[in-house]
Design a protein around this ligand. Structure first.
Ligand code: ZN
Length: 496
């Protein structure tokens, strides 16, 4: 009897073992509002192109959403009182309350897909549910604080406790119908990112010369100050050194009740400009205009003037370089707690310097500081200026949390001439990095799928690997890498 019992136990153990070891392999955890959710081997945490993927049903059901799945169309629908989110496995775009919303990495089935648990990027869950999300690469733990929990905290701490400092500014921004969420100046263009739909009023002033952009009924977004300086009196300034025409960009809450934000470009002399408002959150004031007839004309039209065709008119090839993540999105956290967004920006700024020495190229960055342009904005920017090539720079992390995986890979979508670009870029990426060649990967990453030109996303080493990581944060390696990427871009453009 005893013997029999033992073999049953052993059998049970053997049966359970494969399941357990797979879960243990991964060793990841999810906590939602401080409670650990139970991960199974069928629905665990994976990493795809540096994005942490979490089981959608497990997470959202525990947040009070209803989850449905249509086998026929492979569509997952998530509902609560306020919103409906629909997404299809493999598609880089989800539908949120009827609007198309990008996902850097498309939803996928977990593991080999046999069990059909749907995994989505953690960041997507955060953006669409309003939850705060985080990932600790050392303990392999996903942290989610749901929006409901957040509100609760605000109420609990409203009467005195200082713990709610993070939640407090939320109420300050609800007065205005629009918000300025970020701005940048580069390549002679001032780009404003706004939420809530506002028609800018742009005009010139003289003695001294300046261009003024007024945004009525607009305030600064809560996280504006996380990426740009903003004083207690809600004003700030960025000094511009890259072109002599513009001295600085100033911005301030110009009036209150109703709120209005004013952004001023201080000029060294009179200048013409062209305004493009894509009516979807991106306003560009471009000083690279040669036609004085458009100067001062506010363009508020729709699709017919999407393309300003400015740099193209010069006969230059337009290269859009995208430093992955930024601002509130740190990207992956490295072995030594360094941030992916810092690596990508450092590498991109070096790449910009190299490319700008080529007079046949017009280099446009999606960000040149620690800001977070939305994925849509990055794509829109490239599409609106008819870029010839789009290069997104990222750092990788290992899918299972181990430190082993290392090397470089190039992602692209099977469209246009992206495969030819990917081949050239991977060749130079391997050469210049000296890292292992992990090859080409096809997929539907948002930025490679939705750009209208050959586009690649480069994973320039593993932040989770000690050797790769040490290199990636060294100036010398970044310079070498940037030179390789620049050479790849030039070779591709010369051949295309
Ligand atoms: Zn990344």
């Amino acid at each position: 009897m005893k013997k029999y019992g033992l073999s049953v136990l052993l059998l049970l153990f053997l049966l359970i073992l494969p399941v357990m070891s797979r879960a243990a392999d991964n060793g990841a955890h999810i906590t939602l509002d401080g409670k650990e959710l139970e991960l199974t081997a069928d629905a665990g945490i994976e990493t795809v192109s540096g994005s942490i993927m979490v089981p959608l049903r497990l997470v959202t059901e525990n947040m009070g959403y209803t989850v449905g799945y249509d086998n026929q169309t492979e569509t997952v629908t998530i509902n609560n009182a306020e919103s409906t989110i629909k997404l299809v496995v493999g598609e880089a775009t989800a539908e949120v309350n009827g609007a198309q919303v990008p996902m850097l990495v498309p939803a996928k089935f977990s593991g080999d897909g046999a069990s059909k648990a749907t995994l989505v990027p953690l960041r997507f869950v955060g953006e669409q549910t309003g939850a705060q999300v985080g990932w600790d690469n050392r303990t392999k733990t996903v942290y989610i604080t749901s929006a409901a929990q957040d509100n609760q905290d605000t109420v609990l701490t409203a009467d005195g406790s200082s713990e709610g400092a993070e939640a407090a500014p939320a109420s300050a921004e609800s007065d205005s119908s629009s918000q300025l969420t970020g701005l940048s100046f580069g390549e002679g263009r001032l780009i404003l990112a706004v939420k809530g739909g506002v028609t800018p009023s742009v005009f010139k002033m003289s003695s001294p010369d300046r261009i003024v952009v007024d945004l009525a009924d607009t305030s600064f977004s809560e996280d504006f100050s996380s990426s740009l300086p903003l004083s207690d009196t809600l004003s700030g300034k960025i000094d511009i050194t890259e072109i002599s025409q513009v001295q600085d960009v100033r911005y301030a809450l110009f009036s209150r009740d109703p709120d209005a934000v004013r952004v001023v470009l201080d000029l060294s002399g009179p200048a013409d400009y062209q305004v493009t408002d894509d009516k979807d959150g991106l306003i560009t004031i471009d000083l690279n205009t040669s036609s004085s007839s458009t100067a001062g004309t506010q363009q508020t039209g729709g699709d017919d003037q999407q393309t300003s065709a400015l740099p193209a008119a010069s006969g230059k090839k337009i290269v859009v370089i995208d430093a992955g993540h930024g601002g509130t999105d740190s990207g992956a956290v490295s072995l030594n707690k360094r941030l992916e967004k810092d690596f990508t920006l450092a590498a991109v700024l070096k790449l910009q310097q190299i490319l700008e020495q080529d007079s046949g190229l017009e280099v446009v960055l999606t960000r040149n500081s620690d800001t977070y342009p939305m994925l849509q904005d990055r794509v829109k920017l490239a599409n609106s200026i008819n870029a010839d090539v789009f290069i997104s720079i990222h750092g990788n992390i290992s899918p299972d949390g181990g430190t082993g995986p290392n090397g470089v890979e190039t992602h692209y979508t099977l469209n246009r001439n992206s495969e030819a670009l990917a081949k050239v870029m991977q060749k130079y990426l391997v050469q210049s990095s000296g890292m292992a060649d992990r090859g080409l990967k096809t997929g539907n990453l948002y930025v490679t799928k939705n750009t209208n030109m050959p586009a690649v996303l480069l994973e320039c080493g593993f932040l989770s690997n000690p050797k790769d990581e040490a290199a990636m944060y060294s100036d010398e390696f970044q310079q070498q890498l940037a030179e390789g990427i620049a050479a790849g871009i030039k070779e591709f453009l010369a051949a295309s």
